[in-house]
Design a protein around this ligand. Structure first.
Ligand code: ZN
Length: 365
């Protein structure tokens, strides 16, 4: 297979932070060594070639990997009831599962993401410091950078608990402004600021909330905004927050983020697969579902917007913009899809499956 070939070239299209364009990418021992316009490579035809699309590795913008312990169809109940702490279905399940099986379930979910080329995930991990530690342990050696938004449990906020959590977590992710008063949110957000960590929360998921509530204090990350109006989205852009949307998870409860408006307003958007008890953590499925359901609702969203949300925007959010660029000697590990290079963003949004991923070689992942 190609993995054994030391040097090869993908001819077709490149889709990265600089946009979609025809081009070629040369890989040597798994690393990108040349990028250019078609027909200008230095190999004079001596190297094996395939047709395809090269794109930065995707990032899952929102997960709850702890939920991967579930192996049943969750009850048909409102989402608030399923995920309500501490007695909803989800939290009872988490409480009833010992750490070993929980760690293995999270690790398996990360392995599955890895098989689809996902390089990082942003996870809201419940269960306090213990839950954060368990995910940190589960992620070791998986090759998926696991950005953990932990959740401190004590109320009123216990500073020592928060500081200890932030020693392990990359930030704090809370349920929502409906459940946490401003005083709690402010304490948590300022602890995150002081430590250079992320602060995030769910917002406007089951009904519209006023941006005044979830934007104060200013979050780095908002999740859902299913019920946000155009004005709300403009306020979010103004505040400089990034939004992770989860179309499959919302659809299960009869809801849909209006991504056409997100695109028009220019909301910095990522896509996430949300609770692992509802869906496989597949970014390829998430992107396709977002595209198809936008068409279904007669509110089409440009495929390029969805591709940016999955493959490019998260690297900006994570402060690693070079990972969003396909370049010689770059730090990222771009994916190659054996797909037609015509309209490459459309191909990636609707026709990409993990079987079409070509592994770039021995250094690969
Ligand atoms: Zn969530």
């Amino acid at each position: 297979m190609l993995g054994d070939v030391v040097s090869w070239i993908v001819e077709g299209a490149i889709v990265d932070v600089d946009g979609a364009r025809p081009g070629y990418v040369r890989f040597q021992r798994g690393a990108v060594t040349e990028v250019g316009t078609l027909g200008t490579d230095s190999t004079r035809g001596r190297v094996r070639r395939i047709r395809g699309i090269v794109v930065p590795a995707p990032v899952n913008g929102h997960t709850h990997l702890g939920d991967a312990v579930s192996d049943r169809e969750p009850p048909h109940a409102p989402i608030e009831e399923i995920v309500r702490a501490p007695d909803g279905y989800k939290f009872r399940l988490l409480a009833d599962t010992p750490p070993g099986p929980k760690r293995r379930a999270m690790r398996a979910a990360l392995g599955r993401m890895r098989a689809e080329g996902v390089a990082a995930t942003l996870d809201f991990r419940e269960e306090g410091l213990e839950g954060t530690r368990l995910l940190r342990a589960a992620s070791r050696g998986t090759g998926v950078r696991t950005v953990i938004f932990g959740r401190p449990l004590r109320r009123p906020v216990d500073r020592t608990e928060v500081e200890r959590l932030l020693d392990v977590a990359d930030g704090v992710g809370i349920s929502s402004a409906l459940e946490e008063p401003e005083r709690v949110r402010s304490l948590l957000a300022s602890a995150c600021r002081r430590r250079g960590k992320y602060y995030g929360l769910h917002a406007s998921e089951v009904r519209r909330e006023s941006p005044d509530s979830y934007l104060k204090p200013r979050p780095d990350l908002l999740v859902h905004l299913t019920f946000a109006t155009r004005d709300d989205l403009e306020a979010v852009v103004e505040a400089g927050s990034t939004v992770a949307v989860c179309p499959r998870s919302n659809a299960l409860f009869g809801r849909r983020p209006d991504l056409a408006t997100f695109a028009k307003v220019g909301v910095p958007t990522m896509l996430g697969t949300d609770n692992a008890m509802f869906h496989a953590p597949s970014m390829l499925r998430e992107v396709e579902f977002a595209y198809v359901t936008a068409r279904l609702a007669r509110r089409p969203v440009p495929p390029g917007f969805l591709v940016r949300a999955a493959y490019i925007e998260p690297w900006r959010f994570l402060g690693r913009p070079r990972w969003a660029r396909v370049q010689a000697g770059g730090p990222g590990r771009p994916l190659v899809f054996r797909l037609p290079p015509e309209q490459p963003e459309y191909q990636l949004a609707t026709r990409a499956t993990e079987h079409l991923i070509v592994r770039p070689g021995p250094r690969d992942p």
